[in-house]
Design a protein around this ligand. Sequence first.
Ligand SMILES: Cc1cc2nc3c(=O)[nH]c(=O)nc-3n(C[C@H](O)[C@H](O)[C@H](O)COP(=O)(O)O)c2cc1C
Length: 361
Amino acid sequence: MSHLFSEGQLGDLTLSNRIIIAPMCQYSAAEGAPTDWHSVHLGTLAQSGAGLLIIEATSVTPEGRISPWDLGIWSDELGDALQREVEKIRRWSPIKLGIQLGHAGRKASVDAPWKGGKALSGSEGGWETLAPSALAFSENPTPKAMSSEEIAQIKQAFVDGARRAQRAGFDLIELHAAHGYLLHQFLSPLSNQRTDNYGGSLENRMRLVLEIFDEVKAAVSLPVGVRISATDWTEGGWDIDGSIQLARALEGRGCAYIHVSSGGLSPAQQITISPNYQVPFAQQIQQQVAMPAIAVGLITEPEQAEAIIATGQAEFIALARGMLYDPRWPWHAAAKLGDKIAVAPQYQRSEPHHLRGLFSV
Ligand SMILES: Cc1cc2nc3c(=O)[nH]c(=O)nc-3n(C[C@H](O)[C@H](O)[C@H](O)COP(=O)(O)O)c2cc1C
């Protein structure tokens, strides 16, 4: 059996293989609630054979949405709506389900990417954004620097969202501290210029992420992992050294895994994108912590994924675009690597003639 198709653990959650579907915003929710699009999209991904499907960034408050069409979990009604999606998937698939909880901070209140992704004014359905400091991202409007009271409210919103996620039936919670969104904005000295105990030193900039992690962890019995950007790819920004410190601190608090992405905080970022471009960051962190690291970013080939796991660069790999392009990627990977994969009984007859024995049912 390949390393890619061996079982793995995220906290006390067992995954049937090392393939994770990365969270992907769909900009197709209605007032924070999933729509038929989610049933179709998630239903397709749920038949992929991946070990874990992490549902898109889901906002813990209305103003934390990237766009007006993001999923939300700021009320019990929205928790119930997500529960119905979870139940639909569970009726037909054994895939494990995670949810990514987030807040977009100063990158909130923008249009859907396919409509240009520009900041929305009040008359276009936009709203005032919140951030650690009154520093704008790119050409977006300047956000309001959060008061201590607003910081306390956001912490509570993450805790309430996590409780609702557990009640909705998810197997795992991922906190979104990557891609220049609110928690990343607190980590990076480029966006956090606070002078209270949430800004300044590395310890202070990490405080909010660690406090939210602790409170969420105490509120639920599910494994809780964190997604970070390992670097801002900019002079003077958040970097791999800070990421290693953060990963160590999270591990000491019982974090289930660290999901290692990069970038998204500064328009000045200089990234040379190529296959595996973020894997060295996952590897550097994996070498420093015992909890699993998840590598992500332009992992598209089965042999490439297998090599990352086999050489211990990371314990898991995640795919985003590759899984949209080919929602049966794990089937094809199993065929390529000479493994077996379980498929829904409705699809068993599709086993190709030259691959007899691929489907383990
Ligand atoms: C359509 C789309 C939506 C995304 N939404 C999210 C998201 O909600 N949360 C997140 O952390 N990353 C998000 N990402 C980033 C992906 O999870 C992933 O890290 C990135 O696309 C690199 O992986 P890939 O090369 O396999 O696509 C999104 C990416 C795409 C393509």
